[in-house]
Design a protein around this ligand. Structure first.
Ligand SMILES: NC(=O)C1=CN([C@@H]2O[C@H](COP(=O)(O)OP(=O)(O)OC[C@H]3O[C@@H](n4cnc5c(N)ncnc54)[C@H](O)[C@@H]3O)[C@@H](O)[C@H]2O)C=CC1
Ligand SMILES: O=C(CO)COP(=O)(O)O
Length: 320
């Protein structure tokens, strides 16, 4: 199966580098200037500095060229996915589309697979998600991810095609569980960053991760996900990674909230829109998601970290 990656940010570039160890990969950048620079310099200095692009990668801004591959990895931010699919629908038609984004669309409450299926109803879809920093993948460090595909046969073929020397893929047919694990852990990472930034300590962070995980499981169960999926790489695995490392942009965004510092608005922080989307769904469904609701309020500036802490601690006492 030939592979292209659409989206030349940190994750798209890292995936292309890893896959290039197996054969030619086309990496699509939306900006012609960026594609030319990357193709000439063999680097992505804006998103992944210090890593060389192997010769097997061709960087192009020609979407038609990129869409000639059998499998297209969609490595764009969640809130931009619909735009990319709508603008390039004619080229994407008939290809296998693997969403690599983590989040919930704010305007619809949909995960990436539902967005793809709404815009391109006959698409064959899968999701690649799990604990992995782009920088680690690009430097060849070992990583394990989840490949979720409702079609078990296609999932098996994609698992073979996308496993690389440093990227070990596990397979599931539980797309909903895999999507929600990746989306919700970002919200919890913001909460944990805010907790550490405000100097509340590692014990408080452990409490947030644990109670946050309970929220993730509750939400996923409501959506029909399998409980064991949340216990896996996309869920517990990604929660642990993102809530405990300053390499995470969501965690760093939380840190800035906790420290009352500014944060670069151009940085992709998927957890903000996802927290707001989840909070709205939880309210509508009457589901108890206090950490998610608090992160949504914090991210909108409706709460200070001190107020957020009080609102969480003042909740009625309950059974674990
Ligand atoms: N960076 C990481 O370590 C990881 C990222 N991810 C996920 O991958 C997704 C992408 O993240 P990153 O690559 O890190 O973000 P990024 O900010 O580094 O790159 C985003 C890319 O999307 C492109 N883009 C944005 N809007 C677009 C549009 N309308 N049309 C075409 N292209 C557009 C940008 O030009 C940029 O190349 C996110 O959902 C993230 O959660 C998943 C695992 C690891
Ligand atoms: O998803 C990631 C790690 O699995 C990357 O996390 P951030 O988007 O918070 O940097």
């Amino acid at each position: 199966m030939s592979v292209s990656v659409l989206g030349s940010g940190a994750f798209g570039t890292a995936l292309a580098i890893s896959l290039a160890g197996k054969g030619p990969v086309t990496l699509w950048a939306r900006s012609g200037e960026q594609a030319q620079t990357m193709q000439a310099t063999r680097r992505n200095d804006t998103r992944l500095p210090g890593v060389a692009l192997p010769d097997a990668i061709t960087v192009t801004a020609e979407i038609t060229l990129a869409c000639q591959s059998d499998v297209l990895l969609l490595a764009v931010p969640m809130q931009k996915l619909r735009d990319v699919l709508s603008v390039h629908g004619a080229d994407l038609k008939g290809r296998i589309l693997v969403a690599c984004c983590k989040g919930i669309e704010l305007s619809t409450g949909f995960g990436p697979i539902a967005v793809i299926e709404q815009v391109l109803p006959n698409a064959r879809t899968a999701l690649l998600t799990g604990p992995s920093f782009a920088d680690d993948i690009a430097r060849g460090l070992p990583t394990a991810l989840t490949l979720a595909c409702a079609d078990a046969d296609l999932g098996t073929r994609l698992q073979q095609a996308l496993t690389t020397a440093n990227l070990r893929l596990y397979r599931t047919t539980d797309v909903t569980g895999a999507e929600l694990g990746g989306a919700l852990k970002n919200v919890m990472a913001i909460a944990c960053g805010a907790c550490i930034g405000a100097g509340l300590g590692d014990s408080a962070r452990a409490a947030l991760m644990t109670r946050g995980f309970a929220e993730m499981q509750r939400f996923a169960a409501m959506r029909g996900a399998r409980p064991e999926t949340l216990m896996g790489l996309s869920g517990l695995g990604d929660l642990v990674l993102t809530c405990s490392s300053e390499l995470s942009r969501n965690f760093r965004f939380g840190l800035s909230l906790g420290r009352n510092e500014s944060f670069d608005a151009a940085t992709t922080v998927e957890g903000v829109a996802t927290a707001n989307a989840m909070a709205a769904i939880a309210s509508a469904e009457g589901l108890d998601m206090p950490i998610c609701q608090t992160v949504a309020q914090l991210s909108r500036g409706a709460y200070s970290v001190a107020e957020a802490l009080q609102s969480l601690l003042n909740r009625p006492l309950k059974e674990e």
